[in-house]
Write a protein that binds this ligand. Structure first.
Ligand SMILES: Cc1ncc(COP(=O)(O)O)c(C=O)c1O
Length: 444
């Protein structure tokens, strides 16, 4: 599929930005020239996916498409029980309606925003325990998404009875799309099980993570992505997944489980919120597209080109003097807004300012992953910034060419050269959960 894109004039972009209260989520997609807001659901489906989609069986229960979907998930993750959902956060909502409540603690390397919000919505506390290298945008480490096992064990020693489940996000989106090593996944699983805690993987980008394991971890280079994925999931009791990422589908998600009892317990909630056990909020054709997409995502030629494109994009930005989180992750390049805009106070959201600047300067849309998304106030109303101030430029799968990305790198370079003209923002409206989607700003 090829789509027409067009670049609005600077005056039009300035007007649109103002009308959107400087929140780029609110800008019409047609007015975006290169859209790197997310890699979620924005990939181009393959000929094989479109062909499968046409064979979708829309029967209500146990449709042919369900069996194709189930076979695909089971063959990759090795888990017996699968609950489809319309996207990742719906799967999380069902999982945490069961596990999260007041007094419960749920650790992870870094929870993604929707994961954290679902845990907190049901009253639990979400804790991030990524290794310290994962909190420094410029520290080089092959697996910056790893969980700090010492911190995790300390937490278990004190609080095990309040921890029903531990998560691990692969790759670690909030921390820069950084991979988690097979060894770390194995040790986290073993540690959880020693303390009687369930271990779940947020598997949105499992294929990209397995690619990094193959490339960076000793003794894994001769194994196939499929073999590595099997081992990754063998240490877990279950997984949630948004199929909009490494399912290369436009919509979809699921929970995969080993435990029949847990499957039965979650089934009621699935039927109530999403739909029957075998479609969970999806059409048969969506299930078909995911079934094929998951298989395509674990092929080496696809992964070489996917991760290679992100690496090249990072290199273009680096050469243009734009500060980025290093090493680049699997699905996005993250700009280090705190370093690019050192003159903007953290409480005035330098990453929001950079994200607005990208649209204003070049019609480019990225997403703030900084203090708008993860900043907090303490009980006295003092501002607590996020660990890092990043703008994520997520690359949709199989959509943009090198020249689109070079254009983005040039826009970023112009911004860096003129950085002093950009100012901070203050929030004029926010909602209590996931505020970044609908927040409104005014320039300071
Ligand atoms: C790591 C991670 N977990 C969960 C989700 C939620 O998935 P969805 O957008 O399908 O609800 C996302 C989406 O971006 C994600 O990146």
């Amino acid at each position: 599929m090829v789509e027409r894109i067009s670049l609005k004039s600077r005056e039009e972009r300035e007007k649109l930005l103002k009308e959107a209260y400087f929140n780029v989520f609110m800008i019409p997609a047609e007015a975006v020239f290169v859209d790197l807001l997310t890699d979620s659901g924005t990939g181009a489906m393959s000929d094989r996916q479109w062909a499968a989609l046409m064979t979708g069986d829309e029967s209500y229960a146990y449709a042919k498409s369900w069996f194709n979907f189930y076979e695909s998930v089971k063959s990759i993750m090795g888990m017996e029980y699968v609950l489809p959902a319309h996207q990742g956060r719906a799967a999380e909502n069902i999982l945490f309606s069961h596990f999260s409540k007041k007094g419960v603690i749920i650790p992870s390397n870094n929870h993604f925003d929707t994961t954290r919000a679902n845990i907190e919505f049901f009253g639990g506390t979400a804790i991030d325990l990524v290794i310290k290298e994962g909190e420094d945008p410029h520290k080089i480490h092959p697996f910056k998404g790893n969980i700090d096992l010492n911190k995790l064990e300390d937490l278990f020693k004190k609080e095990a009875k309040n921890i029903p489940i531990c998560m691990c996000t692969i790759t670690n989106n909030t921390g820069g799309g950084q991979p988690v090593s097979l060894e770390n996944i194995k040790m986290t699983g073993e540690l959880c099980h020693r303390y009687g805690i369930k271990f779940f993987i947020d598997a949105c980008r499992f294929a990209e993570n397995c690619y990094f394991i193959k490339k960076r971890e000793k003794e894994q280079e001769n194994r196939s992505i499929e073999e590595i994925a099997k081992e990754v999931f063998s240490y877990a009791d279950g997984a949630t997944m948004s199929a909009k990422k490494d399912g290369i589908a436009n919509i979809g998600g699921f929970i995969a489980l080993r435990d029949k009892d847990l499957y039965d317990q979650l089934s009621e909630s699935l039927i109530l919120k999403e739909g029957f056990l075998t479609y969970g909020g999806l059409a048969g054709r969506d299930l078909e597209a995911i079934a094929v997409g998951l298989k395509e995502a674990i092929t080496m030629d696809y992964l070489e080109s996917r991760v290679g494109q992100i690496e090249n994009f990072g290199e273009m930005l680096r050469q243009n003097g734009v500060s980025i989180l290093e090493p680049v992750g699997g699905h996005a390049v993250y700009l280090d807004a705190a370093e690019i805009f050192p003159h903007i106070k953290r409480s005035e959201f330098p990453a929001q300012s950079l994200s607005a600047a990208l649209y204003e300067e070049g019609g480019v849309r990225g997403v703030e992953i900084g203090s708008v998304m993860f900043g907090r106030e303490d009980e006295n109303g003092n501002f607590i910034p996020a660990t890092m101030e990043l703008v994520r430029l997520a690359v949709p799968r199989r959509v943009y060419t090198e020249s689109h990305l070079r254009y983005v790198a040039d826009v970023a370079s112009e911004i860096v050269k003129n950085k002093n003209k950009y100012k901070g923002y203050r929030i004029v409206y926010e909602s209590p959960f996931l505020r970044h989607f609908t927040v409104r700003f005014a320039p300071v």
